[in-house]
Design a protein. Structure first.
Length: 162
């Protein structure tokens, strides 16, 4: 289901079961709703939902869910070469910069900014209003607080994100 106001570039690949709401932009060579890459069950029970106003610039990949829907929230901005893994939930107003990777089953809370080439390990929760710096790694043992800045490998808290 693709809303009539959505723009889908002719080179984008949209799999069955993807829901794209109004005023969404899907740029060149995006792949949305492809089966998850994992060793678990073969069937994907979830789909991908892209909520209104989201913008996926180009070469963005979003895998379909295995246990739940993979969701891109309202007014999110996913830049070139970014990836969102299966079952991830990206809440409203999130920016995912070029080359950033979000692992499966992760939750990125609203108004968070994921920097260039940053990696969020699977099953990680990034709280609201965080800034994850360029090339940072957020692992399962990372302790994150809302409205803080993080950088490094592994990430270290740099203080308030004002």
């Amino acid at each position: 289901m693709i809303h009539e106001s959505a723009y889908i570039h002719p080179t984008a690949v949209i799999y069955d079961g993807v829901v794209i709401e109004e005023n969404v932009y899907v740029g060149a060579y995006c792949i949305i709703g492809s089966p998850a890459e994992w060793k678990g069950k073969e069937d994907n029970v979830g789909k991908v939902i892209i909520k209104k106003g989201a913008r996926l610039t180009g070469l963005v990949t979003v895998d379909s869910g295995t246990h739940q829907n993979t969701t891109i929230g309202e007014n999110c901005y996913l830049m070139k070469h970014s990836h969102v893994g299966h079952d991830a939930i990206i809440q409203d107003g999130v920016t995912i910069s070029c080359g950033a990777k979000i692992g499966g089953h992760s939750i990125i809370h609203q108004n968070t900014n994921i920097g260039l080439n940053a990696v969020i390990h699977q099953k990680v929760v990034v709280p609201e209003g965080c800034m994850i710096g360029a090339s940072a790694f957020v692992g399962k043992k990372s302790e994150l607080n809302s409205f803080h800045k993080y950088a490094g490998v592994p990430v270290k808290d740099l203080g308030w994100n004002r």
